[in-house]
Write a protein that binds this ligand. Sequence first.
Ligand SMILES: [Zn+2]
Length: 279
Amino acid sequence: MPELPEVEVIRRDLNETIVGLTIDSVQARDEMVLVGVTPRQFARRLSGRQILDIRRWGKVLIIELSGGVCLLVHLRMTGRLYPVPADQTLPDHTRAVFHLSNGQRLLFVNPRRLGRLEIADSNRLTEAKMLQKMGMDALSDEVDEQVVGEMLRPHSIALKQWLLDQTHIAGLGNIYASEILHRCRIHPDALANSLDPKAVRKLLRAIRRVLDEAIKWRGTTVSDYVTGRGVPGAFQKRLRVYGREGKRCRRRNCRDTIVRTTHAGRSTYYCPRCQPVPR
Ligand SMILES: [Zn+2]
């Protein structure tokens, strides 16, 4: 959290608000969130560069700057990234401040300090620490039935766990993995290599539908997430299983109750009737 939809909403918001502006100066207030540079080096390498575009790969934001440099932002659990007017007081846990040419400040706020900022060369992006080993983006056209079918084959682990591994498909986390599996009616413990082509097709359709819907509703706020405009999302009201232990399944004609289990120490929610135990 935030996962792909939240990062995508932030990307779209920032594309409207900060692209075209120049970073006049940078205050890196916490060295711990910087990858491989000191606060001084970080500020020096970014100051004076114009913001050209903002892209996304999985859960990583790629802010493309003039001069062939990118700023990569990984929000991890509690990160927030949004612009504020010059006179607004900085919130607690502001780890970096980017002073922009329109007088606004872009804030990187991160209470748990797990988020990261990394500078990378535009033409050597895949060498960046944050993007090394990163699988295909979950919304990329490359994610098709044949490719994913082949990727699943060597893995006799629970599908839920397979989906969380960013080296396979990038962008899914704990919330959307549960939602996706409920949508395609596959039990979270089904083994990744047990899916037949029809099940793979259902899974991919569910990935796209759940992510598209979540983006449309501007992401899920269960704790810290805010959009690129600094306000909460609305998809939390539409979650079908995540966080709904003991509540009625939201599929029409299903009267069963959502249960919670754990996979690798993380909560998984599913409906025992819609998602039968695999044989
Ligand atoms: Zn159900």
